[in-house]
Design a protein around this ligand. Structure first.
Ligand code: OAD
Length: 247
C-alpha cells in the first residue's frame, strides 16, 4: 500500500485537475460526530443487528421495537453536530459548485446540516415519517412515541427509510448513476461497502473512467479495487485533501 503522504499528494493533484467530484459516504463519516456505525464495535443496539430491525418483516412483527430503535437513534442524532469531514465536503461543494454531488447512505441529515446542498439520500432520512395507510410523508422532528400515528388518517407511521428487502427510489438511483457515470473522481468515505446497490457504485464509476479514492479506518472489500485507499479517520484525512487545494 502507498504511504499516506504520497497518497494524499496524488489525491490533491487529481482533485485539482478534476472538473467534477462525487462523495459516496457511509456511517463512518458521522462516527466522529459520535454516531455509532452499523457494523463497528458499538454498532449493536441492545442485542440486535441493523439487518434484524431495518426490515419490513421486523416492523410488521414488532413495530414498537423497531420504533424504539429509531427513536433511540433520532434522539442520539439530535444531540450531534457535523464534524470536520462533513465540513470538508462543504468546502468541496464550494469549489466544484454544481459539479459536486454527495451520494450518502446515511439518514442522519448531517451533510445538509453542515451546509451541503447537493445530497442524494439513498436510504432516506431519519427525520421523515411515512404513513403505512395513506402514504403521507412528513418531516417530523418532534419526539415520537413507539407507535406514532398519522395526523391525517390515524394510520401507523413508519420511518421514511429504505429497509432491507425494499427497493430504492428509482429517481434517486437514476440521479446517482448519472453522476457516477460522468464524474472524474469518486471519494468513498466510511462505508463497509457491503450493502447493495451502493456497494457497486465505486466499481461502476471506475469502469467508466473515474479515479476512485477510499478513506476508511479499516480495509474494506472495496480497498483492493479502488485507485487509492487511505487508512485513517474521515475527519482527519478529508481536511488534508481539501486544504490548500482551492481552484
Ligand atoms: P457500516 O457500519 O457498515 O460501515 C462503516 C464503515 O466506516 C466501516 O468500514 C468502518 O471501518 C468505517 N469507519 C468507522 N469510523 C470511521 C472514521 N472515523 N473515519 C472513516 N471511516 C470510519 O456502515 P455503512 O457502510 O454506512 O442501511 O452501512 C450501509 C448501510 O447498512 C446503512 O446505510 C444502513 C445499514 O444497515 C439501512 O439502515 C437501510
Amino acid at each position: 500500500m502507498m504511504d499516506k503522504r504520497n497518497a494524499i499528494k496524488i489525491i490533491k493533484e487529481k482533485i485539482k485537475a478534476a472538473s467534477n467530484l462525487v462523495i459516496l459516504s457511509g456511517a463512518g463519516i458521522s462516527a466522529e460526530s459520535g454516531i455509532p456505525t452499523f457494523r463497528g464495535e458499538d454498532g449493536l443496539w441492545k442485542k440486535y443487528r441493523a439487518e434484524e430491525l431495518a426490515s419490513p418483516k421486523a416492523f410488521s412483527s414488532n413495530p414498537e421495537l423497531v420504533w424504539e430503535w429509531y427513536n433511540w437513534r433520532r434522539e442520539l442524532i439530535r444531540s450531534k453536530k457535523p464534524n470536520q469531514a462533513h465540513i470538508s465536503c462543504v468546502d468541496l461543494e464550494k469549489k466544484f459548485k454544481d459539479k459536486f454531488t454527495i451520494i450518502t447512505q446515511n439518514v442522519d441529515g448531517l451533510h445538509q446540516q453542515a451546509g451541503n446542498n447537493n445530497v442524494i439520500e439513498l436510504h432516506g432520512n431519519i427525520w421523515k415519517t411515512r404513513c403505512t395507510n395513506c402514504g403521507d410523508i412528513k418531516e417530523n422532528k418532534s419526539t415520537l412515541g413507539n407507535l406514532p400515528k398519522c395526523s391525517i388518517c390515524n394510520g401507523l407511521l413508519r420511518p421514511h427509510i429504505v429497509w432491507f428487502g425494499e427497493a430504492l427510489d428509482e429517481e434517486l438511483l437514476y440521479k446517482a448513476y448519472k453522476v457516477l457515470l460522468s464524474t472524474d473522481i469518486v471519494i468513498v468515505v466510511g462505508t463497509s461497502g457491503i450493502v447493495y446497490p451502493a456497494a457497486q457504485f465505486a466499481g461502476t464509476a471506475k469502469d467508466s473512467g473515474a479515479f476512485v479514492i477510499e478513506i476508511d479506518i479499516k480495509e474494506t472489500p472495496q480497498s483492493s479495487l479502488v485507485d487509492v485507499s487511505v487508512r485513517g479517520k474521515a475527519g482527519e484525512i478529508l481536511p488534508l485533501i481539501v486544504e490548500s487545494n482551492n481552484k
